[in-house]
Ligand binder design. Structure first.
Ligand code: 5RP
Length: 223
């Protein structure tokens, strides 16, 4: 199985996981990226079995709407049972690095609201220690140089993601060469830098379930 087939398999497994819990009032939080796109496509086959979705990006909103799935503003939704999204890395505690697609802030907001966060990924994303994937940090544009200097003090090598503007009108710094032994602490430290909107560590609010695509089938890890 290639990587895309593994992503498709976990996307289908996530649909199978949530379907028994859905009813005509259910609204589902949906993430961003290629794995999340496979999830949207699989979910669309059951669009009569739930109410609609909250999207973590404009791209995801467009894909949901293209399937005829209603997209709601998070502020108009009382309760989200599930949030389903991919990740760039996960450790065995389901602490994640996200933001490869620059959607980290909205992803973190929707994940914070959801009762159950299901992360879907192919097996290459499971790592012993987070940090091989450069950590994305969303930054207010005028604070870019200041934030970069503070990130260097924390031991990282920040690189400006040229040409990328987030859905919130901000920029991304990708921080290389971090050995993230304490993700909860580092997430808070980076978020405390003035000018940072948020960073791609999902450790204070990790995933609850990780569905991992492997050639032997879908593995489930629980927090
Ligand atoms: C977007 C994300 C994605 O979940 C992450 O980049 C994984 O993407 P893919 O499913 O394409 O591998 O955090 O901001």
């Amino acid at each position: 199985m290639n990587q895309d087939q593994l992503k498709q398999a976990v996307a289908q497994a996530a649909v199978d996981h949530i379907l028994p819990h859905l009813d005509s009032k259910s609204v589902i939080g949906v993430g961003t990226g290629s794995t999340a796109n496979y999830f949207i496509d699989a979910l669309a086959r059951h669009k009569m079995e739930f109410d609609g979705a909250v999207a973590s990006s404009e791209a995801t909103a467009a894909r949901l709407k293209s399937h005829g799935i209603p997209v709601y503003d998070l502020n108009s939704v009382g309760e989200l049972e599930f949030y389903v999204d991919g990740a760039d890395e996960s450790d065995e505690h389901l602490h994640l690095i996200k933001g490869g697609g620059a959607a980290l802030t909205r992803e973190k907001i929707v994940a914070a609201v959801a009762k159950t966060f299901i992360c879907i990924a192919d097996q290459s994303k499971l790592v012993p220690v987070l940090g091989r994937f450069p950590l994305p940090v969303e930054v207010i544009p005028m604070a870019r140089s200041h934030v970069a200097r503070q990130l260097v003090k924390l031991g990282g090598d920040p690189v400006y993601r040229e040409g990328v503007v987030t859905d919130n009108g901000n920029v991304i710094l990708d921080v290389h060469n971090l050995q993230i032994v304490n993700p909860v602490e580092l997430e808070a430290q980076i978020n405390a830098i003035v000018g940072v909107v948020t960073n791609g560590l999902f450790a204070a609010r990790p995933a609850d379930i990780l569905l991992l695509g492997t050639p032997e089938g879908v593995r489930q890890l629980n927090r």
